[in-house]
Design a protein. Structure first.
Ligand code: GLC
Length: 727
């Protein structure tokens, strides 16, 4: 018996060492040197471009495997055909669909980010994918951007804090994260060519920080260049973005992968930092020239340029080093995990993030939670109560093993209630690249919905956007800021039929709410993945107390949004150029500074309990450069339910020699407290994080003098302001 225990102990130790061991970086460099010296010119060039829709070549002669990539940020996409965008219709590639990244951002919980990345990395490894094409961290500049649902919101600090643990989680499994889309891809309209003009200050302070954090803190192993242009050069081969900033200033040692079809020129791709060219010869998603791989810019033409000496072979060698480094970290990493998919643990992670990301926006007379034990009649109205939202949306489309709809979740939870359902409104099927309107008659849908609403105690309207073209979907932006598919009319008719209405919005973008007075309560639920219905039922029934906070502002009307307020040249541009005229004043920075009251503010979210923040203080009054500022405060749960609150710390400088936002998020902490419980917390900030980008010296600069610290639980709900000085 004793021997058995010893043997199993030794095995456990060996296993633990194996799991946590990683080949050292210096060993990898030695291996790269050994391999490079054996490669022919053809073999080197073959590594720099696609060999299929989602793979680039290995070197069979030397036993170097192909490099397999897969979308996307919210789960591992179903297997795609070798040469075209069609699905291979495998029967073993269904996966766990995790909540959209807006939901993850709304949790304001970096620990969940790590769990997200780790679970996704395990599923990618199990599906034998070496690079997962996510996360996306483009800043939310306009509520019309079709892909905001795939990103982490409007604030560079929140995005920077949330992206790092996600990358660590993915890469822990020997799978590369591929942070995208680098950079300034903040809309889908004309995404393939639009040339973005933006000030250095806004570039460095708003649009780059999340990418910089991914590289310098997250040590991300690959980055995806974006389709658009910046200052006249395509971002997939942009000298300033890739050579000077990414590989120069940030010392990125990984591989730059183009977006699919993002490369346009051999010399530029060679000299401006493209390492792997993917998806060329497609005009996005419809036309692909078969077996065009040898015609890629970094294929035949690149090979010829090196042979005839017009491009130096050392340019190629740098690419090969980076690609081999990516391989030794992933498909040639003998310590990579085995992976797994569709496990209970992964669904627990997905549901936890979904539940924690849901935001309670309005709750008059404690409409929510609705007691699941009471004998109630609940009329559930709206297509989003039964619609699958894990499919569609473009490249983040998923084949989930299952998806619990809102209606299913509610039926399971409310066993004592009488639940009726009516579609209420209808959209077409999610079809990439064009809209298929519903053939159902809108008025008859409304009549049917009002009929069941009039007979119920409570009405739950489940609406919002969806993953169709012109909605929350890649390839096009939204055509309107208001709800589509006749939902506003439905809402006003429902109000006449029954006064007791709660609204559940499922979307990845802000929307206009002309009916806000008619809604007793409003929940902002995101695309919540496989267990969506359970997460929403958790919140509606009070089984879970909402703790999500908005990662982006909800303007009252579209022109209150900064990008839109500057007109067409600012958004969406004139099809050739566009100008980010709002500069650094994006999101709440705009609303605060220009005193434009939003419908709901960045960082806002209600709870079923109440919290107070008190005893707010800083550890000192004066700070030197390089020092830490410690903000401490006491958080108390004064209600009669356990819950969680996010204490947010914003900093502004009133007297400044440059334009400033009124305040900017520089720290936050989420805390779970039992009812009646109090806890003192510390939120550390860096004085260096107060720097602004000084265009006169093309570098960061910290202004001395007084700063104002604002502490609260939302950007528009500040409990107390403090003054500090930087000497
Ligand atoms: C798409 C997307 C990108 C995706 C890639 C592969 O066009 O822009 O996010 O990863 O192509 O599907």
């Amino acid at each position: 018996m004793r021997n058995k225990i010893v043997a199993s102990l030794l095995l456990a130790i060996a296993w633990a060492v194996q799991l946590n061991a990683q080949i050292s970086e210096s060993e990898i460099e030695k291996k790269i040197d050994a391999v490079i010296s054996k490669l022919s010119l053809e073999e080197k060039v073959s590594l720099c471009h696609a060999q299929s829709k989602f793979s680039s070549a290995g070197v069979p002669r030397l036993g170097i495997p192909e490099l397999w990539m897969s979308d996307g940020p919210h789960g591992v996409r179903a297997e795609v055909n070798w040469d075209d965008w069609g699905y291979a219709n495998w029967t073993n590639d269904s996966i766990t669909a995790f909540p959209a990244l807006t939901c993850l951002a709304a949790t304001f919980n970096p620990e969940l980010s790590f769990e997200y990345g780790n679970a996704l990395g395990e599923e990618a490894r199990y599906r034998r994918k070496d690079v997962i094409l996510g996360p996306g961290v483009n800043i939310y500049r306009t509520p019309l951007n079709g892909r905001n649902f795939e990103y982490l919101g409007e604030d560079p600090f929140l995005s920077s804090v949330m992206v790092v643990p996600y990358i660590n989680g993915v890469q822990k499994n020997g799978v590369a994260a591929c942070v995208k889309h680098f950079a300034l891809n903040n809309q889908e309209t004309w995404r393939g060519n639009i040339n973005v003009e933006v000030s250095d200050r806004a570039l460095y302070e708003i649009y780059l920080p999340a990418f910089k954090a991914a590289v310098t803190k997250g040590k991300v192993w690959s980055i995806m260049g974006s389709y658009n242009q910046f200052r006249g050069q395509y971002c997939c081969h942009n000298d300033l973005l890739i050579n000077k900033i990414l590989k120069g200033e940030w010392k990125f040692d990984g591989a730059v992968i183009t977006d699919w079809g993002g490369a346009h020129d051999t010399k530029q791709a060679a000299l401006n930092g493209t390492d792997i060219e993917m998806g060329t010869w497609t005009d996005g998603l419809t036309v692909s020239q078969k077996f065009a791989y040898n015609d890629y810019f970094l294929a035949g033409p690149f090979f010829e340029s090196i042979k005839n000496g017009s491009i130096d072979e050392k340019v190629l060698n740098d690419k090969v080093r980076r690609i081999l480094r990516l391989m030794f970290r992933t498909n040639m990493n003998s310590y990579k995990s085995l992976g797994c998919k569709n496990t209970i643990e992964h669904h627990v992670v997905a549901r936890k993030i979904a539940t924690e990301g849901i935001v309670l926006l309005k709750n008059n007379n404690n409409f929510f939670p609705i007691n699941p034990d009471k004998k109630l009649s609940i009329a559930v109205i709206g297509e989003n109560a039964t619609r699958q939202t894990t499919i569609g949306g473009g490249s983040s489309d998923l084949k989930a093993q299952y998806e619990i709809s809102v209606l299913d979740g509610l039926k399971k939870r409310y066993k004592n209630a009488t639940i009726t359902y009516s579609l209420g409104y209808a959209s077409g099927l999610p079809d990439y690249g064009h809209e298929i309107p519903s053939l159902l008659d809108a008025d008859s849908l409304i009549r049917a919905a009002c009929d069941i609403a009039s007979k119920a105690d409570i009405v739950l309207f489940v609406g919002g956007l969806n993953k169709n073209h012109f909605q929350d979907c890649e390839g096009a932006d939204r055509l309107q800021f208001g709800l589509p598919f006749n939902q506003n009319k439905l809402m006003s008719e429902l109000k006449k039929a029954n006064n007791n209405i709660g609204v559940v919005l499922i979307s990845g973008n802000a929307i206009e709410m002309p009916w806000i007075q008619d809604a007793n309560a409003i929940i902002q639920a995101w695309y919540l993945g496989s267990d969506a219905g359970y997460a929403i039922a958790d919140i509606i029934s009070g089984y879970a107390n909402p703790s999500g906070k908005l990662p982006f502002t909800f303007p009252v009307k579209l022109n209150d949004n900064a990008a839109s307020s500057f007109g067409k040249l600012s958004y969406p541009g004139d099809s050739i150029n566009q100008y980010y005229k709002e500069g650094i004043l994006v999101g709440y920075r705009w609303h605060d500074t220009k005193k434009i009251k939003p419908l709901f503010s960045f960082g806002f979210g209600l709870s079923y309990t109440n919290f107070t923040i008190s005893e707010i203080k800083t550890d000192k009054k004066e700070y030197a450069l390089g020092e830490k500022i410690i903000i401490s405060c006491k958080l108390t749960n004064t209600g009669n339910l356990d819950g969680a609150e996010v204490v947010q710390v914003y900093i502004g400088k009133q007297k400044s020699k440059v334009e400033r936002a009124l305040k900017e998020l520089k720290g936050f902490k989420k805390l779970y407290l039992k009812k009646g419980e109090s806890k003192t917390i510390e939120i550390p900030l860096e004085v260096n994080n107060l720097a602004y980008y000084d265009e006169t010296i093309s570098d960061w600069q910290i202004e001395k003098g007084d700063y104002e610290i604002s502490v609260g639980n939302s950007s528009d709900n500040i409990t107390q302001k403090l003054k500090i000085a930087v000497k």
